[in-house]
Design a protein around this ligand. Structure first.
Ligand code: F6P
Length: 343
């Protein structure tokens, strides 16, 4: 088979490990891996596609980013683009696709599968919010960056007796905030799943201060909705999939101003932003990416198509793409409650 590989949507540490794994299993089974540049954009127009050689995937396991490039291109927006995708898939002689992405990228893969193209998906997003899989490539490294940041912020917060607000990624869900916050010793965590009023955060910070805890670390997901802060929907700029540009919203900055104004305690904000998507993947991300990439090629060989190679416990199992697209795996309220034990 000639198996096309693409990475779509926001990048995440571990993409190169996944590309390498797909390619290596292709070589092992006598297939030809073919790299598609910049996500779905690489199959539009004339297409940007190139066969992957053994040397292309040597020495990339530890590298962040993606050697194939990525983009937030949405061909589902018009039928002509979907038709162009299928024409290019035929023109480049691709027998099947291994698509590494999150919900947006996989929604296109799902449609292509319905149109008769054999496709297997590999879960990737630092937000870790795909349904029917326990894990998405990139999450562990992003959490590691948050924990490293919180460790550093603790020392400066304690030195200055300040409140430090840390804004982390998580467009619709608070996985990065909750796991990063628990592991990094956050004193309050705010996530999109649980609306909390600013007054409650202020009360908590003041109560801590009264108890002699002279600093507080507040972790807030970029996608949190709070009654006192402008909603996500108020942001005008959107990407190709209609998601608002949360970096423009500045929820951490607004929250920090409100806390300082209402409590009188000196407050600063740190936005970790794209640091969470950059850098070398953790051991866990490399390991899952390697296992998922191999499993995806095996599924294509078995004729198990139109599926996501999903992590279930320590196993990898196929789940129909149609069962995951358009859905979001949200933080378990019990886990969020557990985090408060440490506040
Ligand atoms: O897709 C994951 C994500 O990292 C979100 O957490 C974040 O809101 C978004 O991507 C940022 O996307 P971009 O890099 O396109 O601005």
């Amino acid at each position: 088979m000639r198996i096309g590989i693409l990475t779509g949507g926001g990048d995440a540490p571990g993409l190169n490990a996944a590309i390498r794994a797909v390619a290596r299993q292709c070589f092992a089974l006598g297939d030809q891996p073919v790299g598609i540049r910049n996500g779905w954009a690489g199959l539009l127009g004339k297409g940007e596609v190139r066969e992957i050689a053994q040397t292309d995937v040597s020495g990339i396991l530890h590298l962040g980013g993606t050697i194939l490039g990525t983009s937030r291109t949405n061909p589902l927006k018009n039928d002509a683009d979907m038709a162009q995708l299928t024409r290019n898939i035929a023109a480049f002689g691709l027998d099947a696709l291994a698509v590494i992405g999150g919900d947006d990228t996989l929604s296109v893969a799902c449609r292509l599968n319905e149109m008769g193209i054999p496709v297997v998906g590999i879960p990737k997003t630092v937000d870790n919010d795909l349904c029917e899989t326990d894990y998405c490539i990139g999450f562990d490294t992003a959490v590691g960056t948050v924990v490293d940041g919180l460790d550093r912020l603790h020392t400066t917060a304690s030195a200055h007796h300040r409140v430090l607000v840390t804004e982390v990624m998580g467009r619709d869900t608070g996985w990065v905030a909750v796991i990063g916050g628990i592991a990094g010793g956050a004193d309050f965590i705010l996530i999109p799943e649980v609306p909390v009023e600013v007054a409650r955060v202020c009360d908590h910070v003041q109560r801590r201060y009264a108890l002699g805890k002279e600093f507080s670390i507040i972790v807030v997901s970029e996608g949190v909705e709070m009654p006192d802060i402008a909603s996500k929907e108020s942001v005008q700029e959107v990407d190709a999939f209609g998601h608002v540009r949360l970096d423009r919203r500045g929820v951490g900055d607004t929250l920090s101003r409100l806390i300082e104004h209402r409590t009188g305690l000196e407050t600063r904000v740190t936005v970790l932003g794209h640091l969470q998507r950059g850098g070398s993947p953790s051991a866990l991300d490399r390991s899952w990416a390697s296992q998922l990439g191999v499993a995806a090629v095996d599924m294509l060989h078995d004729g198990t198509i139109g599926v996501l190679a999903a992590v279930h416990g320590q196993q990898i199992e196929p789940v129909p793409l149609s069962a995951i697209v358009g859905r979001t795996r949200r933080v378990d309220p019990a886990l969020y409650k557990l985090a408060s034990v440490f506040y």
